[in-house]
Design a binder for this molecule. Structure first.
Ligand code: UDP
Length: 246
């Protein structure tokens, strides 16, 4: 990690490089039905992140040995486009994308009523077309909306956010520079109603007090983020009622 030599990440008024206060989110926008062929889809723009999620299923799990006789298997595949980052990313899966796909699959499994669809799979294709830090939690947040958009029965919504430590201060929703040069990064996702933690990872170091304060900031932010998820889904039904495009 370390500090960029030319600029401070937090100024004397406590404002961050992009002008945000410590507990402010970057702008977030979610749209549903962005793809015609998927059963459900969503696009999220979160700061500079742009991510598209396509959901297919539940459909018979294939190959057969991947079937679970008691529940649907959620197969999330997180992929970063080669042009999504400053330095061209080598196409295809790497350790990071395999890990992110796994933690996203597990988090979504906690939210979906998987026991209603034995022997099936639900595919969740995640394409990051522009990356700007926090893509795993933005992907999860959008995937949850895309699953609901596909009409898949869910117990709860997954909502994600990060917090971290930058120049000794705990701040919400790290930007790319803060992620690169900060002292800690804590991505977390919870089930909206129950508050159950379904993803938590950490990079760097936080004291117990800093950790508690980061978690509290995230929990508070998930309420605001869930409103955006809900509005994205409501918007769709308002369009249908008004006779507009679906
Ligand atoms: N990143 C990159 N190249 C890579 C992987 C990541 O430039 O091969 C950037 C990208 O902007 C990403 C950020 O580094 O959002 C932080 O990556 P991290 O692994 O912490 O995951 P994320 O914060 O996106 O969940």
């Amino acid at each position: 990690m370390g500090t960029p030599s030319d600029k401070k990440l937090i100024d004397e008024n406590g404002l961050r490089l992009d002008g945000r206060g410590p507990d402010e989110l970057r702008p977030i926008r979610i749209r549903t039905d962005v793809l015609e062929r998927a059963d459900g889809s969503a696009m999220i723009e979160w700061g500079g992140n742009k991510i598209i999620v396509a959901v297919y299923g539940p459909r018979e799990a294939y190959p057969k040995h991947t079937q679970d006789i008691e529940r649907a298997v959620i197969k999330a595949r997180y992929n970063m486009a080669a042009f999504s980052v400053d330095e061209r990313k080598r196409p295809g899966p790497d350790r990071r994308s395999v890990e992110i796909s796994k933690v996203i699959s597990e988090a979504l499994t906690a939210a979906v009523m998987v026991e209603q669809f034995p022997r099936t799979q639900i595919d969740v294709f995640i394409e990051v077309v522009q990356a700007d830090a926090g893509t795993r939690i933005a992907s999860l947040t959008a995937a949850s909306v895309a699953l609901a958009n596909a009409g898949i029965p869910m117990k709860d919504f997954v909502v994600g956010c990060t917090a971290g430590k930058v120049e000794g201060k705990v701040v919400l929703d790290l930007s790319k520079e803060e992620d690169n040069f900060g002292q800690a990064d804590l991505p977390m996702a919870v089930l909206q109603k129950s508050g159950e933690v379904v993803l938590i990872q950490m990079d760097g170091e936080l004291s117990k007090e800093e950790f508690d304060s980061a978690v509290a900031m995230i929990m508070d932010a998930t309420k605001r983020i869930h409103e955006i998820q809900r509005n994205a889904l409501v918007e769709k039904y308002q369009n249908i009622e008004a006779g507009g495009e679906e």
